[in-house]
Design a protein. Sequence first.
Length: 423
Amino acid sequence: MSNIEKAGAMNLSRRKALVGMAGLMAGSPVAPGWAELDPGVPLRDVIRIKTLPEMRTSFDFQPVFVGNLTASISEYTAHGDGSEFTLRRNRQAFDWVDIVPTRAPIPESQVDLSQDLLGAHMRFPIIVGPSSGQNGLHPEGEGGMYKGATAANIAMVLTSAAGATIAKLTTATPGGTMWSQHYPLENLTADARALDGIQSAGSKCLFITCDEAAAVYERTLLIRNLGGRATGGGFMPGGNGAAAAAAIAAAKAAAGGPPVPGSVKYRVSDRFLWYSWQYIDAARKAYKEKLVMKGIVDPEDARLAIDHGADAILVSNHGGRSMDYGPSTLEVLPEIMAAVNGRIPVLFDSGIRRGADIFKALALGASAVCLGRTARWGLGAYGSSGVQRVAEILQQELIQVCAAAGCAKLSDINKSMVKTHFV
Protein backbone atom coordinates (compact mmCIF):
# COMPACT_ATOMS: atom_id res chain seq x y z
CA MET A 1 0.00 0.00 0.00
CA SER A 2 1.37 3.43 -0.94
CA ASN A 3 1.80 6.24 1.58
CA ILE A 4 -1.15 8.08 0.09
CA GLU A 5 -3.36 4.96 0.39
CA LYS A 6 -2.21 4.45 3.99
CA ALA A 7 -3.03 8.04 4.84
CA GLY A 8 -6.46 7.71 3.27
CA ALA A 9 -7.19 4.47 5.14
CA MET A 10 -6.29 6.07 8.47
CA ASN A 11 -8.05 9.35 7.80
CA LEU A 12 -10.29 10.20 10.76
CA SER A 13 -13.21 11.18 8.55
CA ARG A 14 -12.91 7.92 6.62
CA ARG A 15 -12.87 5.89 9.81
CA LYS A 16 -15.89 7.77 11.14
CA ALA A 17 -17.72 7.10 7.89
CA LEU A 18 -16.90 3.37 8.05
CA VAL A 19 -17.98 3.13 11.67
CA GLY A 20 -21.17 4.96 10.83
CA MET A 21 -21.87 2.65 7.91
CA ALA A 22 -21.22 -0.40 10.09
CA GLY A 23 -23.65 0.91 12.66
CA LEU A 24 -26.25 1.57 9.98
CA MET A 25 -25.91 -1.94 8.61
CA ALA A 26 -26.00 -3.49 12.08
CA GLY A 27 -29.25 -1.67 12.79
CA SER A 28 -30.84 -2.53 9.46
CA PRO A 29 -33.67 -5.08 9.47
CA VAL A 30 -32.20 -6.63 6.32
CA ALA A 31 -28.88 -7.42 8.00
CA PRO A 32 -28.55 -10.99 9.39
CA GLY A 33 -27.68 -10.44 13.11
CA TRP A 34 -29.09 -6.98 13.45
CA ALA A 35 -29.48 -4.91 16.59
CA GLU A 36 -29.27 -7.68 19.17
CA LEU A 37 -32.42 -9.39 17.96
CA ASP A 38 -32.24 -13.14 17.39
CA PRO A 39 -29.34 -13.36 14.92
CA GLY A 40 -30.56 -16.40 13.01
CA VAL A 41 -27.04 -17.27 11.85
CA PRO A 42 -27.11 -20.16 9.33
CA LEU A 43 -25.00 -23.13 10.33
CA ARG A 44 -23.09 -22.84 7.05
CA ASP A 45 -21.76 -19.47 8.24
CA VAL A 46 -20.44 -20.90 11.50
CA ILE A 47 -16.71 -21.63 11.21
CA ARG A 48 -16.64 -24.31 13.90
CA ILE A 49 -19.33 -25.87 16.05
CA LYS A 50 -18.47 -25.11 19.65
CA THR A 51 -18.42 -27.78 22.29
CA LEU A 52 -20.94 -27.39 25.07
CA PRO A 53 -18.46 -25.89 27.60
CA GLU A 54 -17.46 -23.31 24.97
CA MET A 55 -20.98 -21.92 24.70
CA ARG A 56 -20.91 -18.40 26.13
CA THR A 57 -24.33 -16.89 25.38
CA SER A 58 -27.78 -18.22 24.61
CA PHE A 59 -27.32 -17.04 21.03
CA ASP A 60 -24.49 -19.57 20.55
CA PHE A 61 -27.08 -22.34 20.64
CA GLN A 62 -29.29 -21.01 17.87
CA PRO A 63 -27.27 -22.02 14.78
CA VAL A 64 -26.72 -25.51 16.21
CA PHE A 65 -30.45 -25.74 16.94
CA VAL A 66 -31.26 -24.76 13.35
CA GLY A 67 -28.64 -27.11 11.92
CA ASN A 68 -29.94 -30.08 13.89
CA LEU A 69 -33.59 -29.80 12.85
CA THR A 70 -35.77 -29.77 9.78
CA ALA A 71 -36.87 -26.35 8.60
CA SER A 72 -40.49 -26.96 9.55
CA ILE A 73 -39.55 -27.55 13.19
CA SER A 74 -36.92 -24.85 13.61
CA GLU A 75 -39.04 -22.26 11.78
CA TYR A 76 -42.02 -23.02 14.04
CA THR A 77 -39.88 -22.00 17.02
CA ALA A 78 -38.45 -18.92 15.31
CA HIS A 79 -41.49 -17.13 13.94
CA GLY A 80 -44.36 -15.07 15.28
CA ASP A 81 -47.66 -13.72 14.03
CA GLY A 82 -48.18 -11.57 10.94
CA SER A 83 -45.45 -9.02 10.29
CA GLU A 84 -43.74 -10.16 13.51
CA PHE A 85 -43.79 -6.61 14.87
CA THR A 86 -44.61 -7.85 18.37
CA LEU A 87 -41.95 -10.55 18.15
CA ARG A 88 -39.33 -7.93 17.32
CA ARG A 89 -40.66 -5.40 19.82
CA ASN A 90 -40.34 -7.93 22.64
CA ARG A 91 -36.59 -7.93 22.02
CA GLN A 92 -36.21 -4.25 21.17
CA ALA A 93 -37.84 -3.19 24.43
CA PHE A 94 -34.85 -4.44 26.40
CA ASP A 95 -32.67 -1.95 24.51
CA TRP A 96 -34.93 0.82 25.81
CA VAL A 97 -34.10 0.09 29.46
CA ASP A 98 -30.78 1.26 30.93
CA ILE A 99 -29.24 -0.32 34.01
CA VAL A 100 -28.16 2.49 36.35
CA PRO A 101 -26.71 1.01 39.55
CA THR A 102 -27.26 3.03 42.72
CA ARG A 103 -25.08 0.85 44.95
CA ALA A 104 -21.40 -0.03 45.07
CA PRO A 105 -20.41 -3.32 43.36
CA ILE A 106 -20.11 -6.47 45.46
CA PRO A 107 -18.34 -9.83 44.93
CA GLU A 108 -20.37 -12.37 42.93
CA SER A 109 -20.08 -14.78 45.86
CA GLN A 110 -22.34 -12.49 47.91
CA VAL A 111 -25.25 -12.70 45.45
CA ASP A 112 -28.10 -14.97 46.61
CA LEU A 113 -31.21 -14.86 44.39
CA SER A 114 -33.20 -17.60 46.10
CA GLN A 115 -36.84 -17.19 47.07
CA ASP A 116 -40.01 -19.10 47.92
CA LEU A 117 -42.49 -18.74 45.07
CA LEU A 118 -45.84 -20.44 44.48
CA GLY A 119 -45.11 -23.10 47.07
CA ALA A 120 -41.63 -23.96 45.81
CA HIS A 121 -38.16 -22.93 46.90
CA MET A 122 -36.25 -21.50 43.95
CA ARG A 123 -32.51 -20.79 43.82
CA PHE A 124 -32.94 -18.51 40.82
CA PRO A 125 -35.89 -16.42 39.54
CA ILE A 126 -35.96 -18.42 36.29
CA ILE A 127 -38.56 -20.92 35.06
CA VAL A 128 -38.77 -22.96 31.85
CA GLY A 129 -42.14 -21.90 30.48
CA PRO A 130 -44.60 -24.16 28.65
CA SER A 131 -44.02 -24.73 24.93
CA SER A 132 -45.36 -27.45 22.66
CA GLY A 133 -43.57 -29.77 20.27
CA GLN A 134 -40.55 -30.53 22.44
CA ASN A 135 -40.48 -34.14 21.26
CA GLY A 136 -39.73 -32.78 17.80
CA LEU A 137 -36.70 -30.87 19.07
CA HIS A 138 -34.80 -33.81 20.53
CA PRO A 139 -35.42 -37.50 21.27
CA GLU A 140 -35.41 -36.66 25.00
CA GLY A 141 -38.39 -34.33 24.52
CA GLU A 142 -40.04 -32.95 27.66
CA GLY A 143 -38.01 -35.41 29.72
CA GLY A 144 -34.80 -33.78 28.48
CA MET A 145 -36.16 -30.29 29.10
CA TYR A 146 -37.12 -31.22 32.66
CA LYS A 147 -33.85 -33.04 33.32
CA GLY A 148 -31.86 -30.02 32.17
CA ALA A 149 -34.01 -27.59 34.15
CA THR A 150 -33.70 -29.69 37.29
CA ALA A 151 -29.92 -29.95 36.89
CA ALA A 152 -29.80 -26.14 36.69
CA ASN A 153 -32.04 -25.79 39.77
CA ILE A 154 -34.95 -24.12 38.00
CA ALA A 155 -38.63 -25.05 37.77
CA MET A 156 -40.45 -26.10 34.61
CA VAL A 157 -44.04 -25.73 33.42
CA LEU A 158 -45.20 -28.79 31.47
CA THR A 159 -47.15 -27.91 28.34
CA SER A 160 -50.63 -29.34 27.96
CA ALA A 161 -49.36 -30.68 24.61
CA ALA A 162 -46.77 -32.87 26.33
CA GLY A 163 -46.25 -36.46 25.31
CA ALA A 164 -45.58 -37.67 28.85
CA THR A 165 -47.23 -37.29 32.24
CA ILE A 166 -45.93 -35.40 35.24
CA ALA A 167 -45.64 -38.67 37.16
CA LYS A 168 -43.48 -40.27 34.47
CA LEU A 169 -41.19 -37.28 34.08
CA THR A 170 -40.72 -36.59 37.78
CA THR A 171 -40.07 -40.27 38.49
CA ALA A 172 -37.36 -40.34 35.82
CA THR A 173 -35.82 -37.11 37.16
CA PRO A 174 -36.55 -36.72 40.89
CA GLY A 175 -35.83 -33.64 42.93
CA GLY A 176 -37.15 -30.95 40.59
CA THR A 177 -40.19 -28.69 40.45
CA MET A 178 -42.71 -29.28 37.68
CA TRP A 179 -45.92 -27.33 37.22
CA SER A 180 -48.63 -27.63 34.53
CA GLN A 181 -50.19 -25.57 31.76
CA HIS A 182 -53.84 -25.80 30.71
CA TYR A 183 -55.91 -24.44 27.82
CA PRO A 184 -59.54 -23.88 28.93
CA LEU A 185 -62.28 -26.17 27.61
CA GLU A 186 -65.64 -24.62 26.79
CA ASN A 187 -67.43 -27.68 28.14
CA LEU A 188 -67.05 -26.90 31.84
CA THR A 189 -67.88 -30.48 32.90
CA ALA A 190 -65.07 -31.79 30.70
CA ASP A 191 -62.83 -28.98 31.88
CA ALA A 192 -63.43 -29.87 35.53
CA ARG A 193 -62.49 -33.50 34.78
CA ALA A 194 -59.34 -32.30 33.04
CA LEU A 195 -58.38 -30.10 35.96
CA ASP A 196 -59.03 -32.95 38.38
CA GLY A 197 -56.78 -35.18 36.29
CA ILE A 198 -54.01 -32.58 36.33
CA GLN A 199 -54.33 -32.16 40.08
CA SER A 200 -54.40 -35.92 40.68
CA ALA A 201 -51.21 -36.26 38.63
CA GLY A 202 -49.40 -34.20 41.27
CA SER A 203 -49.36 -30.70 39.84
CA LYS A 204 -49.05 -28.11 42.61
CA CYS A 205 -49.39 -25.10 40.34
CA LEU A 206 -51.43 -24.57 37.17
CA PHE A 207 -50.80 -21.97 34.45
CA ILE A 208 -54.05 -21.28 32.60
CA THR A 209 -53.24 -19.83 29.19
CA CYS A 210 -55.49 -16.92 28.27
CA ASP A 211 -53.26 -15.10 25.76
CA GLU A 212 -54.44 -17.07 22.75
CA ALA A 213 -57.99 -15.75 22.85
CA ALA A 214 -57.51 -14.25 19.39
CA ALA A 215 -55.33 -17.09 18.20
CA VAL A 216 -54.16 -16.70 14.62
CA TYR A 217 -53.82 -19.99 12.77
CA GLU A 218 -51.31 -18.82 10.20
CA ARG A 219 -47.87 -17.38 10.70
CA THR A 220 -47.02 -15.56 7.52
CA LEU A 221 -43.25 -15.96 7.35
CA LEU A 222 -43.40 -19.61 8.35
CA ILE A 223 -45.93 -20.32 5.61
CA ARG A 224 -44.00 -18.29 3.05
CA ASN A 225 -40.72 -20.04 3.81
CA LEU A 226 -42.10 -23.57 3.97
CA GLY A 227 -45.03 -23.42 1.58
CA GLY A 228 -47.38 -24.91 4.17
CA ARG A 229 -49.69 -23.88 6.96
CA ALA A 230 -48.84 -23.51 10.64
CA THR A 231 -51.55 -23.92 13.23
CA GLY A 232 -51.09 -22.00 16.43
CA GLY A 233 -51.88 -22.73 20.05
CA GLY A 234 -53.77 -25.87 20.86
CA PHE A 235 -53.32 -28.82 23.14
CA MET A 236 -52.83 -32.54 22.76
CA PRO A 237 -54.13 -35.13 25.23
CA GLY A 238 -51.83 -37.23 27.33
CA GLY A 239 -49.43 -34.79 28.91
CA ASN A 240 -51.01 -34.13 32.28
CA GLY A 241 -52.58 -37.38 33.34
CA ALA A 242 -54.92 -40.00 31.92
CA ALA A 243 -58.08 -38.37 33.27
CA ALA A 244 -57.13 -35.02 31.78
CA ALA A 245 -56.31 -36.66 28.46
CA ALA A 246 -59.63 -38.46 28.34
CA ALA A 247 -61.56 -35.30 29.21
CA ILE A 248 -59.75 -33.25 26.60
CA ALA A 249 -60.32 -35.90 23.94
CA ALA A 250 -64.02 -36.08 24.80
CA ALA A 251 -64.37 -32.32 24.64
CA LYS A 252 -62.68 -32.23 21.27
CA ALA A 253 -65.00 -34.91 19.93
CA ALA A 254 -68.08 -33.11 21.26
CA ALA A 255 -66.98 -29.86 19.70
CA GLY A 256 -66.09 -31.43 16.39
CA GLY A 257 -62.35 -31.18 16.89
CA PRO A 258 -59.96 -28.29 16.37
CA PRO A 259 -60.24 -26.03 13.33
CA VAL A 260 -59.30 -27.71 10.08
CA PRO A 261 -56.46 -25.91 8.28
CA GLY A 262 -57.99 -23.72 5.62
CA SER A 263 -61.40 -23.52 7.32
CA VAL A 264 -60.64 -20.65 9.71
CA LYS A 265 -62.10 -17.46 8.27
CA TYR A 266 -59.83 -14.42 8.42
CA ARG A 267 -57.18 -16.57 10.14
CA VAL A 268 -58.88 -16.17 13.54
CA SER A 269 -60.22 -19.25 15.29
CA ASP A 270 -63.35 -19.11 17.39
CA ARG A 271 -62.00 -21.94 19.49
CA PHE A 272 -60.79 -19.52 22.20
CA LEU A 273 -63.20 -16.63 21.75
CA TRP A 274 -65.57 -17.82 24.48
CA TYR A 275 -63.08 -17.17 27.30
CA SER A 276 -64.62 -15.32 30.25
CA TRP A 277 -64.02 -14.49 33.90
CA GLN A 278 -66.81 -16.91 34.76
CA TYR A 279 -64.57 -19.66 33.46
CA ILE A 280 -61.79 -18.57 35.82
CA ASP A 281 -64.29 -18.73 38.70
CA ALA A 282 -65.17 -22.29 37.73
CA ALA A 283 -61.52 -23.30 37.33
CA ARG A 284 -60.69 -21.75 40.69
CA LYS A 285 -63.31 -23.96 42.33
CA ALA A 286 -62.16 -27.08 40.50
CA TYR A 287 -58.42 -26.68 41.01
CA LYS A 288 -57.37 -26.42 44.66
CA GLU A 289 -53.64 -25.74 44.23
CA LYS A 290 -51.88 -22.56 43.05
CA LEU A 291 -53.40 -20.98 39.94
CA VAL A 292 -51.54 -18.62 37.59
CA MET A 293 -53.18 -16.70 34.75
CA LYS A 294 -50.81 -16.61 31.77
CA GLY A 295 -51.19 -13.86 29.19
CA ILE A 296 -51.98 -10.69 31.13
CA VAL A 297 -50.91 -7.50 29.31
CA ASP A 298 -53.51 -5.04 30.62
CA PRO A 299 -53.63 -3.49 34.12
CA GLU A 300 -57.40 -3.92 34.43
CA ASP A 301 -57.08 -7.62 33.60
CA ALA A 302 -54.41 -7.87 36.31
CA ARG A 303 -56.84 -6.41 38.86
CA LEU A 304 -59.62 -8.74 37.70
CA ALA A 305 -57.31 -11.75 37.89
CA ILE A 306 -56.77 -11.01 41.58
CA ASP A 307 -60.51 -10.50 42.13
CA HIS A 308 -61.21 -13.89 40.56
CA GLY A 309 -58.74 -15.79 42.72
CA ALA A 310 -55.48 -15.99 40.77
CA ASP A 311 -52.47 -16.69 42.98
CA ALA A 312 -50.15 -15.06 40.43
CA ILE A 313 -50.19 -13.71 36.88
CA LEU A 314 -47.77 -14.16 34.00
CA VAL A 315 -47.27 -11.07 31.86
CA SER A 316 -47.01 -12.66 28.40
CA ASN A 317 -47.99 -12.07 24.79
CA HIS A 318 -47.25 -15.66 23.81
CA GLY A 319 -43.82 -14.69 22.56
CA GLY A 320 -45.35 -12.50 19.84
CA ARG A 321 -47.11 -15.52 18.37
CA SER A 322 -50.82 -14.86 18.85
CA MET A 323 -51.53 -11.21 17.87
CA ASP A 324 -49.44 -8.81 15.84
CA TYR A 325 -48.94 -5.14 16.75
CA GLY A 326 -49.46 -5.66 20.46
CA PRO A 327 -47.20 -4.05 23.07
CA SER A 328 -44.06 -5.72 24.29
CA THR A 329 -44.42 -7.33 27.70
CA LEU A 330 -41.58 -5.23 29.16
CA GLU A 331 -43.39 -2.01 28.23
CA VAL A 332 -46.60 -2.97 30.03
CA LEU A 333 -44.89 -4.50 33.07
CA PRO A 334 -44.59 -1.24 35.11
CA GLU A 335 -48.29 -0.34 34.81
CA ILE A 336 -49.31 -3.91 35.62
CA MET A 337 -47.11 -3.82 38.72
CA ALA A 338 -48.87 -0.61 39.76
CA ALA A 339 -52.26 -2.29 39.33
CA VAL A 340 -51.24 -5.40 41.28
CA ASN A 341 -49.65 -3.28 44.04
CA GLY A 342 -47.83 -6.20 45.63
CA ARG A 343 -50.91 -8.34 46.25
CA ILE A 344 -49.72 -11.35 44.23
CA PRO A 345 -46.49 -12.34 42.45
CA VAL A 346 -46.09 -11.21 38.84
CA LEU A 347 -44.14 -13.44 36.45
CA PHE A 348 -42.81 -12.32 33.08
CA ASP A 349 -41.94 -13.81 29.70
CA SER A 350 -41.33 -13.01 26.02
CA GLY A 351 -37.92 -11.98 24.71
CA ILE A 352 -35.55 -13.15 27.45
CA ARG A 353 -32.14 -13.92 25.96
CA ARG A 354 -29.58 -12.60 28.47
CA GLY A 355 -29.05 -12.30 32.20
CA ALA A 356 -29.29 -8.52 31.81
CA ASP A 357 -32.79 -9.01 30.32
CA ILE A 358 -33.79 -10.90 33.45
CA PHE A 359 -32.35 -8.17 35.67
CA LYS A 360 -34.36 -5.51 33.83
CA ALA A 361 -37.61 -7.49 34.20
CA LEU A 362 -36.92 -8.03 37.90
CA ALA A 363 -36.11 -4.34 38.39
CA LEU A 364 -39.44 -3.40 36.81
CA GLY A 365 -41.25 -5.65 39.29
CA ALA A 366 -41.30 -9.28 38.12
CA SER A 367 -40.77 -12.00 40.72
CA ALA A 368 -39.38 -14.41 38.11
CA VAL A 369 -39.12 -14.89 34.36
CA CYS A 370 -40.09 -17.76 32.08
CA LEU A 371 -37.92 -18.99 29.20
CA GLY A 372 -39.37 -20.03 25.86
CA ARG A 373 -37.21 -19.99 22.74
CA THR A 374 -33.90 -19.93 24.64
CA ALA A 375 -34.69 -23.18 26.46
CA ARG A 376 -35.85 -24.72 23.17
CA TRP A 377 -32.54 -23.74 21.54
CA GLY A 378 -30.71 -25.59 24.28
CA LEU A 379 -32.83 -28.73 23.95
CA GLY A 380 -32.68 -28.83 20.16
CA ALA A 381 -28.94 -28.21 20.10
CA TYR A 382 -27.66 -30.53 22.83
CA GLY A 383 -30.59 -32.19 24.59
CA SER A 384 -30.90 -31.98 28.37
CA SER A 385 -27.27 -30.86 28.71
CA GLY A 386 -28.02 -27.95 26.39
CA VAL A 387 -31.00 -26.89 28.50
CA GLN A 388 -28.84 -27.00 31.61
CA ARG A 389 -26.05 -25.02 29.95
CA VAL A 390 -28.41 -22.31 28.63
CA ALA A 391 -29.94 -21.90 32.09
CA GLU A 392 -26.54 -21.77 33.77
CA ILE A 393 -25.29 -19.14 31.31
CA LEU A 394 -28.30 -16.95 32.08
CA GLN A 395 -27.85 -17.51 35.80
CA GLN A 396 -24.19 -16.52 35.65
CA GLU A 397 -24.94 -13.46 33.54
CA LEU A 398 -27.64 -12.44 36.01
CA ILE A 399 -25.29 -12.88 38.97
CA GLN A 400 -22.66 -10.76 37.21
CA VAL A 401 -25.13 -7.94 36.63
CA CYS A 402 -26.39 -8.14 40.22
CA ALA A 403 -22.83 -8.01 41.56
CA ALA A 404 -21.95 -5.02 39.37
CA ALA A 405 -25.13 -3.27 40.52
CA GLY A 406 -24.52 -4.05 44.20
CA CYS A 407 -27.60 -6.28 44.53
CA ALA A 408 -26.99 -9.12 46.98
CA LYS A 409 -30.57 -10.39 47.01
CA LEU A 410 -33.75 -10.16 44.98
CA SER A 411 -35.24 -7.43 47.15
CA ASP A 412 -32.27 -5.21 46.26
CA ILE A 413 -33.32 -5.25 42.61
CA ASN A 414 -35.88 -2.49 42.14
CA LYS A 415 -36.93 0.24 39.72
CA SER A 416 -34.25 2.60 41.04
CA MET A 417 -31.76 0.35 39.23
CA VAL A 418 -33.12 1.09 35.76
CA LYS A 419 -34.19 3.98 33.57
CA THR A 420 -36.75 3.36 30.83
CA HIS A 421 -36.90 4.99 27.39
CA PHE A 422 -39.93 3.23 25.93
CA VAL A 423 -41.05 4.56 22.55
